[in-house]
Ligand binder design. Structure first.
Ligand code: ZN
Length: 243
């Protein structure tokens, strides 16, 4: 089975559509949370994601914040501004969709899916080797897909040899997962690795090959809509810089 893995869409419908078109035929979609926050299209992104085949969707920290599950003070001033805007935009049915999302799940005893980390599914950033190493204790499937940092990365741990390796996958990289792995596909709607193109991955559950991809989208159009919505200018600016 070929699964499309997306994360951190962040209410950017234009980027999401570009990813769906570029991904082509896929049999399942694993969405790792943060559907909302920062961008101008929270309801439309949820609607579009709900049309995707065999969807599994996780709860992210921005989704939890939209639901009021996290204190606003945990976010910086600009994030708080966009949270308030988002809460006024989201309809009751879209709120209900977010409320039903799980924090952690597994697929086919093969992969664990979370937004942050298996140790702290909604909040922890797997940012370095140390954090990755400790997180290998917290899932039992061969592979775990995470989002949250908006940075594509892959950590592979060989427990017998006590060897932890990592790689920064680039557009077009096909990586065969041959040890227990933590994989981040990067962010669809707000990449932070200084490459403004939307990021996603496609995982083949038969071959355990994970393909990483980037796709261009109309960043300028999204920036205009962010400003029109009255959202912070920085949310618009950062999209063209990819941070
Ligand atoms: Zn995010």
């Amino acid at each position: 089975m070929k699964a499309l893995i997306i994360s951190d869409v962040h209410a950017n419908l234009t980027a999401l559509e570009a990813v769906i078109e570029a991904a082509g035929d896929i049999e399942a979609v694993w969405c790792l949370g943060d559907l909302v926050g920062y961008g101008p299209d929270p309801n439309d992104c949820i609607d579009r994601i709900c049309t995707l085949p065999n969807l599994t969707c996780l709860l992210g920290n921005h989704d939890a914040a939209a639901l009021g599950q996290i204190d606003d003070d945990a976010f910086n001033l600009e994030a708080r501004t966009s949270l308030r805007w988002m809460r006024s935009e989201l309809t009751p049915s879209h709120m209900a969709f977010l409320r039903a999302l799980p924090e952690m799940t597994t697929e086919e005893k093969l992969v664990t899916l979370v937004h942050g980390s298996p140790r702290n599914p909604v909040w922890e950033y797997v940012m370095d080797l140390r954090i990755a190493r400790f997180n290998f204790e917290y899932f039992t499937t061969p592979f775990c897909f995470v989002g949250h940092t908006h940075l594509p990365v892959i950590y592979q741990y060989n427990a017998d040899r006590k060897l932890l390796a990592y790689d920064i996958p680039l557009d077009g990289d096909k990586i065969e997962l041959n040890a227990q792995s933590i994989i981040n596909p990067g962010s669809v709607g707000q990449p932070r690795d200084h490459d403004p193109r939307a990021a996603y991955a496609i995982f083949d559950t038969e071959t355990n090959i994970c393909c990483f991809h980037r796709v261009d989208y109309d960043v300028t159009g999204v920036q205009k809509r962010i400003l029109l919505a009255g959202l912070p200018v920085r949310h618009a600016y950062r999209l063209s810089e990819g941070w």
